[in-house]
Ligand binder design. Structure first.
Ligand SMILES: Cc1cc2nc3c(=O)[nH]c(=O)nc-3n(C[C@H](O)[C@H](O)[C@H](O)COP(=O)(O)OP(=O)(O)OC[C@H]3O[C@@H](n4cnc5c(N)ncnc54)[C@H](O)[C@@H]3O)c2cc1C
Length: 316
């Protein structure tokens, strides 16, 4: 049995940020993830200046490519709207690995199956014992499932289904494009150029909205890919997208029970309009760490529920 003060389950941005802050405060913390790192994570990898600030990333020394955008191109009902912004994109394959290494805590590749509370401690798979337990395992987080799902059932109408592919493609088009409501999609599609010759294209929409019309996200994906070809934005690529589901921010009742916390997608914090989840994952990781360090309240009230105002403001 490995004994530790704090165990974090999930080494995405939420878990690694929480681990980084706890380690800085001199806490004894370990992090478990079912994947070895670096690992693939479906995500457009668009991040805001606030994420850079909260993570104290020095743009000059970040070892991977960090693409910056000074405008987004929105496509709405056939209109092409140029919007001044100040935003970034990263590759999650690199970014998450870098965050985990920077946290500097003991990492265990381990798929958590079973958690139980025994007195004041939590026992994970009869292999790890901790006083504080942080659930950062994303949508299917075992901490959420074990302790929080009864209090915070996932609202069906907040479920987003997505299809996405990130691939080496030296696109001449360097702007980030976003298409809203194409073919009445209850969501949006994106084209996000990355550094080092990578491109990320994807589409996401509300599952319930699609289901009520007898449509699937794949139907919309097919139309979207056709559109990219017609616009000459992606040529001669045989697409092989992967799918993933997650939940937008809901009115969640509990984020902490005794000494168990949920953060990031485990707590369902992605913004309601754009499904931006990296920023909320980072912020909730910092807030949970502060609660453990200072014995203070853990609240996610300060985390933005919407992205669009910040995007528009960032260009000024
Ligand atoms: C297609 C798509 C595009 C997106 N684009 C953007 C975007 O451009 N910008 C943005 O801000 N957000 C975006 N998001 C949302 C964003 O990816 C998530 O909100 C963010 O990754 C949440 O971070 P997290 O650390 O909470 O969870 P995750 O990044 O999902 O990390 C959870 C970790 O937990 C591990 N884990 C899960 N179960 C277990 C287990 N049983 N045992 C051990 N480990 C486990 C997983 O392996 C994983 O590494 C997108 C999401 C999708 C699906």
């Amino acid at each position: 049995m490995i004994d530790t003060e704090i165990a974090i389950i999930g080494a995405g941005p939420a878990g690694s940020t929480c681990a980084w802050k706890l380690k800085q405060a001199g806490k004894e913390v370990i992090i478990l993830d079912k994947s070895e790192f670096p690992r693939q994570k479906l995500c457009a990898g668009w991040i805001t200046p606030k994420v850079i600030k909260n993570l104290q990333i020095d743009l000059k020394t970040y070892p991977h490519d960090l693409t910056s955008f000074t405008r987004f191109i929105f496509h709405v009902y056939g209109l092409r709207i140029h919007v001044k912004v100040h935003q970034y994109s990263i590759r999650r394959y690199e970014f998450d690995h870098w965050l985990l290494e920077r946290a500097g805590v003991q990492f265990y590749p381990h798929k958590v199956q079973n958690i139980r509370k025994e007195g004041d401690t939590y026992i994970i798979d009869d292999a790890f014992r901790c006083k504080y337990l942080v659930g950062a395992g994303g949508t299917h987080c075992p901490v959420y499932k074990t302790f929080f799902s009864n209090f915070n059932p996932r609202a069906k109408n907040s479920k987003i289904v997505s299809l996405e592919e990130e691939f080496p493609y030296d696109s001449p088009e360097k702007d980030c494009h976003l298409w809203f409501f194409e073919n009445k999609l209850p969501g949006y599609a994106w084209f996000v150029p990355k550094g080092n010759g990578y491109l990320n294209v994807g589409i996401g929409g509300k599952f319930e909205g699609l289901k009520s019309r007898g449509e699937s996200i794949r139907d919309h994906w097919v139309s979207f890919i056709r559109k990219l070809a017609e616009l000459g934005m992606v040529k001669d690529h045989k697409f092989d997208p992967r799918g993933c589901a997650y939940y937008l921010r809901q009115d969640v009742k509990r984020f902490r029970l005794d000494n168990a916390f949920i953060i990031g997608d485990s707590a369902g914090l992605a913004t309601r309009d754009m499904g931006e989840g990296i920023g909320p994952a980072v912020e909730s990781g910092i807030l949970a760490a502060a609660a453990i360090i200072n014995g203070s309240e853990y609240s996610t009230k300060s985390i933005n529920k919407y992205s669009v105002f910040d995007i528009l403001k960032s260009g000024f």
